[in-house]
Write a protein that binds this ligand. Structure first.
Ligand code: 1OR
Length: 327
């Protein structure tokens, strides 16, 4: 049927995990779409003149299809595809076996493919202003890379090299743009300016914030609704997109103490995730509260670079609680 790519393409990738973990979120769960593969909105970012489009179909065995499904299962970029989009993506993917040390993408090169890692490991190098390349990231199974050049019609932003014999699935540029780009760039745009203003995230690279955007889900709580219940197991991390939240701590005698509230740009819910402890306080919406949340796995993976700051900040909680009790 379609343009079968030659076999010496150089795929690339970018990764992410969204996780089918338990969630703290309320009745309209943030993951309401999961598993249903309902259609995404049709705001057209992609050059998707569907009528003229010839689908890429690379014949594959059931076993190969299964392997692709497993590889993309936890990848945020493949969320929210409808059944047809999901099938089209799998049809279009090409298996690429690579050897240790093989270069998959070269910084400055032209973007042709987007890559998903089935097995193996990859390192990412960036050279800034002609300086020697520095390792900035690595990928393992489930990861994906090479979306940037395809999304922005830009040269490859980094070099990606296999660090073991590996198996990749490559998706051609046209299929990537037609199916995966719309949702991805919509989300990155939606959260971009907000994430730039979240104090805890300022030290991150823009690309790290993009990846957080891929993983975020928004949820809304009405006035008085409990977001976090003291004593519960914690599954999510929260950033306040708009509105305010009140914070209450119940002490051993059952007396409730009000702690300083939270506002736009503030975060909460990290403590239970960092320490694997029950939720330390109650957090409630004060008026309408909109939050962006990350599941635990995504939190660990994407906020790794700021964990020390989160931990340091949490040292203040004890002082704040002590002061509140004395009032
Ligand atoms: P691409 O099409 O530009 C290289 O081809 C790919 O490496 C790129 O898409 C991303 O998928 C992936 N900056 C830019 N690209 C990165 C980065 C990155 N990490 C992975 N890729 N970082 C910023 C470095 C200043 C690393 C952030 C952790």
């Amino acid at each position: 049927m379609a343009s079968t790519p030659t076999t010496d393409y150089f795929p690339d990738s970018e990764e992410e995990l969204y996780d089918d973990e338990p969630s703290d979120l309320p009745s309209i769960p943030i993951n309401y779409n999961r598993g249903r593969r309902t259609s995404v909105s049709a705001e057209s970012m992609a050059p998707s003149q569907d009528k003229d489009y010839v689908k890429v179909v690379i014949p594959k065995t059931q076993e190969q299809r299964k392997r692709i499904e497993n590889s993309i299962e936890n990848n945020f970029l493949f969320k929210n595809l409808d059944e047809e989009q999901y099938k089209d993506v799998i049809d279009a993917m090409v298996e690429k076996r690579v050897s240790n040390h093989e270069q998959i993408i070269r910084q400055g090169g032209i973007g042709d493919f987007f890559y998903v890692v089935e097995t193996g490991t990859f390192d990412v190098y960036v050279s800034k202003n002609g300086a020697p390349p520095e390792k900035v990231h690595s990928y393992g199974p489930g990861g994906s890379f090479g979306e940037l050049a395809l999304m922005y019609n830009a040269p490859r932003a980094a070099t990606v090299v296999a660090t073991s014999d590996s198996v990749l699935w490559a998706l051609d540029r046209v299929t990537f743009r037609r199916i995966l780009m719309e949702n991805t760039s919509r989300k990155r745009k939606m959260y971009e300016s907000f994430l730039e203003e979240v104090p805890i995230l300022v030290s991150l690279e823009p690309y790290e914030r993009h990846k957080i955007a891929d993983a975020l889900e928004s949820a809304v709580y009405e006035d008085g609704q409990l977001v976090i219940k003291q004593g519960d197991i914690g599954n999510n991390f929260f950033l306040i997109e708009s509105g305010e939240a009140s914070v209450m701590k119940i002490d051993e005698e059952g007396i409730e103490h009000e702690l300083p509230g939270l506002k736009k740009g503030d975060y909460f819910g990290e403590l239970a995730l960092l320490n694997n402890k029950p939720r330390a306080v109650n957090i409630k919406a004060k008026g309408r509260l909109k939050v962006a949340t990350l599941g635990k796995k995504a939190f660990v993976r994407l906020l790794g670079p700021v964990v020390d700051i989160l931990k340091r900040n949490s040292d203040n909680y004890e002082t704040i609680t002590r002061n509140a009790r004395q009032q």
